[in-house]
Design a protein around this ligand. Structure first.
Ligand code: NAD
Ligand code: GLY
Length: 373
């Protein structure tokens, strides 16, 4: 897929930083650093009398008060709504809780929504913002590593359907993304690892040097070294901004961000949402997609094993559940990249570049058999 060259990684990681995402009149900044839940981070955003913080029962008690204080100078009234916590609640009833709150409080079309939480809260708040009165502004305040490096950036919003992950949604860009690394202090290690899966993704698909950096710095990341986390988050956001800036609505290039997701989404929906963390399923899906890339002759086996070894080193699972090959294939046929029932896989080759393609049924079955138990 033709694209402009990826800008090199910026070397400095000291102090707070930002990444710009260039989308014409929908452009915005991603602020990355410590102590960002303060009034100055929210200056210059759309003005409104009312604001609504959308969070969940887990994150709300930790950070709503801090965000509310930061927003006080910017809005007369700051409301909040706490959704149930978990991927299994990324659904219509929870989404409707947001609309009910907005209508009960007579929120007008200038009301700004703030998504305070991980990818589930972010995706649902964005979708609610896209729909309420046909569109109100929203700001992403991601509090998981996964949401800071991926889901809060780029404007994909959605809820799940029992038959397919993220199948109901809209492209709708936030006004700003505020990644406060301090919020990661309360993040369970299992969730940090799930976020690392999406960080690792950016190496094979776009930046082989970043993959080498991750190999050299994985111990620091696992120990939550602040400078290492800053670099990983910034580089991930730079790569995502580079992709989304060229293909906002996924007519081509953006599909590479779904490396490992075709197999991963099948694991998530096949097991029932919430059983496997999204990042865990993506990590395992990348092992399968790397193997498929090798079987298609796009990378050598050693490169596929190198990707697997890095995922394994984080402690993420590298064997998927045994749903049966037929079930995997059935689930992958409802993937958004599928066309006319034909499954499109994101494959890597050479390392640092990715594309989408179909694969022979027998080869896909061999990959599933090799990486499930
Ligand atoms: P999540 O939102 O479920 O958060 C993980 C868990 O951590 C939850 O229990 C949450 O309450 C808790 N949590 C969040 N922040 C915390 C904090 N600071 N301290 C303590 N606990 C905290 O999951 P996630 O991994 O952030 O996001 C996964 C979701 O993101 C999936 O639904 C996936 O489909 C979506 N996603 C979307 C995109 C996109 O482009 N829109 C990209 C990748 C993933
Ligand atoms: N996480 C996939 C995308 O944003 O396109």
């Amino acid at each position: 897929m033709a694209s402009t060259p990826l800008p090199p990684a910026s070397s400095s990681v000291s102090g707070n930083t930002q990444v710009h995402i260039d989308l014409g009149d929908r452009s915005y900044d991603i602020l990355i650093g410590g102590g960002l839940l303060q009034a100055a981070s929210f200056a210059g955003l759309p003005k409104s009398s009312k604001a609504l913080i959308v969070t969940n029962t887990r994150v709300g008690p930790l950070y709503t008060a801090r965000l509310r204080a930061a927003l006080a100078p910017h809005h007369k009234t700051v409301l909040d709504v706490e959704l149930p916590d978990g991927e299994q609640y990324k659904d219509w009833p929870a989404l409707n809780q947001i609309f009910t709150k907005l209508l009960e409080e007579a929120a007008d079309r200038k009301t700004v929504l703030y998504a305070l939480g991980g990818g589930v809260v972010g995706d649902m708040t964005g979708f609610a913002a896209a729909c309420y009165m046909r569109g109100v502004p929203f700001v992403q305040v991601p509090t998981t590593l996964l949401s800071q490096v991926d889901s809060s950036v780029g404007g994909k919003t959605a809820i799940n359907h029992p038959a397919g992950k993220n199948m109901i949604g809209a492209f709708y860009q936030p006004q700003r993304v505020i990644c406060d690394l301090d919020t990661l202090d309360t993040l369970p290690q299992k969730e940090l690892l799930a976020g690392l899966a999406e960080v690792i993704k950016y190496g094979p698909i776009a930046d082989a040097d970043f993959l080498s950096w991750l190999e050299a710095n994985m111990d620091k990341l696992l120990a939550r070294d602040r400078a290492a986390l800053m670099h990983a988050i910034k580089r991930s956001c730079e790569i995502k901004a580079w992709v989304v800036g060229q293909d906002e609505k996924e007519s081509g290039l953006r599909a590479i961000l779904n490396f490992g997701h075709t197999f991963g989404h099948a694991i998530e929906s096949g097991m029932g949402y919430g059983e496997w963390l999204h990042g865990e399923a993506v990590g395992c899906g990348m092992v399968m997609a790397a193997d498929l890339s090798a079987r298609l002759g796009l990378i050598d086996e050693a490169t596929s094993l190198r990707i697997k070894a890095l995922i394994e080193r984080t402690g993420l699972p590298v064997k998927g559940p045994d749903l049966g090959a037929d079930r995997y294939i059935e689930l992958m046929q409802v993937d958004k990249k599928a066309e006319g029932g034909e499954i499109k896989f994101v494959v890597v080759g050479p390392l640092g570049q990715a594309s989408t393609r179909t694969a022979p049924d027998a080869m896909v079955r061999d990959v599933i058999a090799a990486h499930t138990r």
